[in-house]
Design a protein around this ligand. Structure first.
Ligand code: NAD
Length: 339
């Protein structure tokens, strides 16, 4: 079965997904792209044989030859497009976050859960990264005992145009929230957010870097540093401290370079380099799920749960208090909590 894909949003992430879909994903055929900036869509379509430009996202979602939709437009546009996909009964891969507010996320999971099957996969691609998968396997194997603490680091070289202070939590830390939930196979119970003195290199008004402390329902602590203007590159770290040992991501570079009395490995410039394999595996799983009429991978529930924690983080940042996380009941369509 070939899955005919339409992509909404052909900016940095959308264009990268298109490259991966066209070059490296089996059983996928890119048939349409759409972007508020028509020139961007035309450039992307010109490099993908058989792909046309749709001027209107709703037209793309409703097009009879589009079997499945990838949403890679800005965060505040996701909810509307995802609801349209549900109304048309089309599988959708939605970039994170699912929506800006937890209320919008809740409306989406209620809409999806009123149907017979999942249609939404969330773009939490780290769950496909071989390093994070190996950490999860090690924890499930149990040889190092129960996890007690996580140390997570999320650094970008520079925040991009349009990036706001709130997005440190809702757009960036949200990845760490999801990976913590997934590695621990449980929900987050409370969150507190802390900031050091301001850096002279960070735009005024940005609480960057930021330290988020999550406490899981069973009492595991996760300390997350998010620093979106770290200057030197894209750097993602994770170490899980368990009763009898630790398990950590290693730097992914295959070689180190010795020169000028230094021994160095390079640091990726951004997420497209660091998580290229994860994006490929994510897209392949999505296409395979669409072909089998059964969405898999990170769900709308995962998008909801992560956004609830991020929103509680905003409240903690502003109140300087630890904030409890309150989740709705998990609809049966999303299966058991431990995933
Ligand atoms: N999973 C990841 O690791 C990851 C990494 C980066 C970005 N993202 C997510 O991908 C999404 C896009 O991010 P980006 O960095 O590519 O941003 P971007 O600004 O480079 O691209 C967004 C594109 O969407 C277009 N657009 C804006 N409004 C639109 C609308 N209503 N309909 C159609 N197109 C519209 C813009 O013209 C632009 O080309 C964001 O939600 C972001 O959170 C995810």
């Amino acid at each position: 079965v070939t899955v005919r894909v339409g992509v909404i949003g052909t900016g940095v992430m959308g264009a990268d997904h298109v490259r991966t879909l066209v070059s490296s994903v089996a059983r996928a055929q890119l048939v349409a792209v759409c972007d508020a900036d028509g020139d961007r869509a035309r450039v992307v379509a010109a490099n993908a044989p058989g792909c046309r430009v749709e001027t209107d996202p709703e037209g793309l979602i409703g097009a009879p030859d589009v079997d499945a939709v990838l949403v890679a437009s800005p965060d505040d546009s996701h909810a509307g497009f995802v609801v349209l996909c549900l109304q048309h009964g089309k599988p959708v891969l939605c970039e994170k976050p699912l929506a800006i507010t937890s209320d919008e996320c809740l409306r989406i999971i209620e809409a999806e859960a009123s149907g017979a099957r999942r249609l939404i996969q969330l773009g939490f691609m780290r769950r496909y990264d071989p390093g994070y998968l190996a950490i999860k396997d090690e924890l499930l194997a149990g040889a190092i005992g129960l996890p007690l603490m996580l140390h997570c680091v999320h650094r970008n070289a520079h925040s991009t145009a349009g990036y706001t202070d709130d997005m440190i939590l809702t757009n960036s830390t949200v990845h760490e929230i999801d990976i913590t939930r997934w590695l621990l196979s449980e929900e987050i119970a409370s969150v507190s957010v802390h900031s050091p003195r301001p850096s002279s290199l960070v735009p005024p008004g940005f609480a960057d870097p930021q330290f988020t402390l999550l406490r899981s329902q069973s009492g595991v602590l996760a300390g997350i540093e998010t620093f979106v203007n770290a200057s030197y590159g894209y750097d993602i770290r994770c170490e899980v401290v368990a009763e009898r040992g630790t398990v950590s991501l290693r730097p992914t570079e295959a070689v180190s370079i010795r020169s000028d009395r230094r021994d160095a490995v390079s640091v990726p410039s951004d997420w497209r380099v660091r998580f290229a394999e994860a994006y490929r595996l994510e897209l392949q799983d999505w296409v395979d799920g669409a072909a089998a009429d059964a969405a898999r991978g990170p769900s709308a529930w995962d998008g909801y749960a992560a956004s609830v924690v991020a929103e509680a983080g905003l409240a903690s940042r502003d109140s300087r208090q630890e904030v409890q996380v309150a989740l709705a009941d998990r609809p049966g369509i999303y299966g058991p909590v431990a995933n």
